[in-house]
Design a protein around this ligand. Structure first.
Ligand code: FDA
Length: 392
């Protein structure tokens, strides 16, 4: 089979790029190993797809080349995608931090992408696994589970490694390496932490408890919810910091992000002098969490009036700078994104083409650009797809 443009991956980036290219009059074929289009979109945002964010900025993305994403994000911004969503009359709402979700279902976003592809007469080869790519005199020979496909131009939109159960493969990185394009080492991002056994034994009893915290390390901090789970720590605050975490490093959890010592914490203690510390703190933190902190010897359960001013300060310090060293992360099984990928330095930020391989393009999550939680990863998929389509 011979095609002009082949896109590998019918995810957010591949489908959006295919629709644009088809409507520009190109002959486009999309190959995907799954049965359905846009499978990750369908399970995103709890089934409601957090399709973009009102506050898209380059510093909400992680990459070895932090400037790379700027050009594409500028040329196809969140407002452009919102316009498309409006054009299709899809109802959506804003959640915390500018996150936009479908009111109805993530299927609405897949339907938009499929209709855009239909308008452009895009062809699909589903249940087709790409196994290898070789350079031909003009273009590439693709070896797939359904035979060979010859294509003039190849767009790699194979995503990251998260959710391996969905059929994710490392083929995108292998293609890059085959053409001497560097790949930044990959690891799971936006992923829950696991804990060392002794700490897990205590904290797993808190599974299901969520509270607003500020989590930080030396590089960044996030004020969001933390969720205790049977396996460790999760919730938006943890997912966000996981993308900035190095193995072995501690994270610092401020359990009282809205409490100031003089104005809030000391008056609380002074007004409850005859109570046990446990009961006093239960006014501002879940009681089971306080019991866990006592069990971990981080707090001594005295009567409040027994605390000296220095001990009051120390208690506040303990609650606002709780250092936890995660055992690791849950890995790709539950990660929302893959950090690392095809090196931005080897690609054009304007067109996504490989600098040394004029007919080879990389878009979406396979590239070393990973967004924060909150619709940033889909926006990168739309923006990078648009940049690529404009170039062809
Ligand atoms: P994507 O992974 O979507 O698509 C790649 C496609 O290539 C897949 O269909 C795959 O099967 C196919 N493929 C791979 N190897 C192949 C091969 N060898 N042969 C053929 N086909 C192959 N982001 C966000 O902004 N808002 C959100 O709400 C969420 N929610 C969310 C929930 C969950 C559970 C996850 C795991 C992730 C998210 N994300 C998210 C992240 C977001 O889903 C992700 O960044 C984009 O889907 C990436 O889009 P791509 O098109 O780059 O890859």
């Amino acid at each position: 089979m011979q095609t002009k443009i082949t896109i590998i991956g019918a995810g957010a980036a591949g489908l959006f790029c295919a629709g644009l290219l088809g409507q520009q009059g190109h002959d486009v074929t999309v190959i995907d190993n799954g049965k359905k289009l846009g499978r990750k979109i369908l399970m995103s945002g709890g089934g409601k797809c957090n399709f973009t964010n009102l506050n898209v900025e380059a510093n909400h993305y992680i990459s070895e080349n932090r400037h790379f994403c700027k050009s594409a994000l500028k040329r196809f911004s969140q407002w452009d995608f919102i316009q498309l969503v409006n054009q299709y009359g899809i109802a959506y709402h804003e959640k915390d931090h500018g996150q936009l979700f479908c009111d109805n279902s993530a299927q609405d976003i897949v339907d938009i992408l499929v209709k855009e592809c239909q308008k452009g007469q895009v062809k699909f080869m589903l249940k087709t696994q790409l196994e290898d790519v070789n350079e031909e005199q003009q273009g590439f020979k693709l070896s797939t589970s359904q035979g060979c496909v010859y294509t003039d131009k190849l767009i790699v939109a194979t995503g990251g490694q998260s959710m391996p159960a969905l059929g994710m493969t490392a083929i995108g990185y292998k293609i890059a390496e085959k053409f001497s394009i560097p790949v930044v080492p990959v690891k799971a991002g936006l992923v829950p932490f696991t804990l060392h056994k002794p700490l897990l034994a205590v904290l797993s009893t808190l599974a299901g408890i969520a509270l607003s915290v500020e989590v930080s390390n030396e590089r960044i901090s996030f004020k969001e919810n933390l969720l205790f789970t049977h396996r460790g720590l999760s919730g938006p605050a943890i997912l966000q910091i996981s993308s900035y975490w190095q193995a072995g490093e501690a994270i610092t959890i401020n359990l009282l992000p809205d409490f100031n010592f003089e104005d809030d914490f000391k008056p609380l203690l002074d007004n409850n002098r005859n109570q046990s510390l446990k009961n006093c703190l239960a006014q501002i933190l879940p009681k089971r969490l306080i019991e866990a902190l006592i069990q971990l010897n981080l707090i001594v359960d005295l009567t409040v009036k027994q605390l000296t001013p220095t001990q009051q300060q120390a208690l506040y310090q303990t609650l606002t700078t709780w250092n936890v060293i995660p055992n690791g992360t849950e890995g790709y099984r539950t990660a929302e994104v893959t950090l690392g990928g095809v090196s931005c330095d080897a690609l054009s930020s304007k067109t996504m083409v490989a600098q040394k391989q004029p007919n080879l393009y990389f878009i979406g999550e396979v590239v070393d650009v990973a967004g924060w939680l909150g619709g940033y990863n889909f926006q990168w998929a739309w923006s990078s797809a648009f940049a690529c389509a404009q170039a062809l």
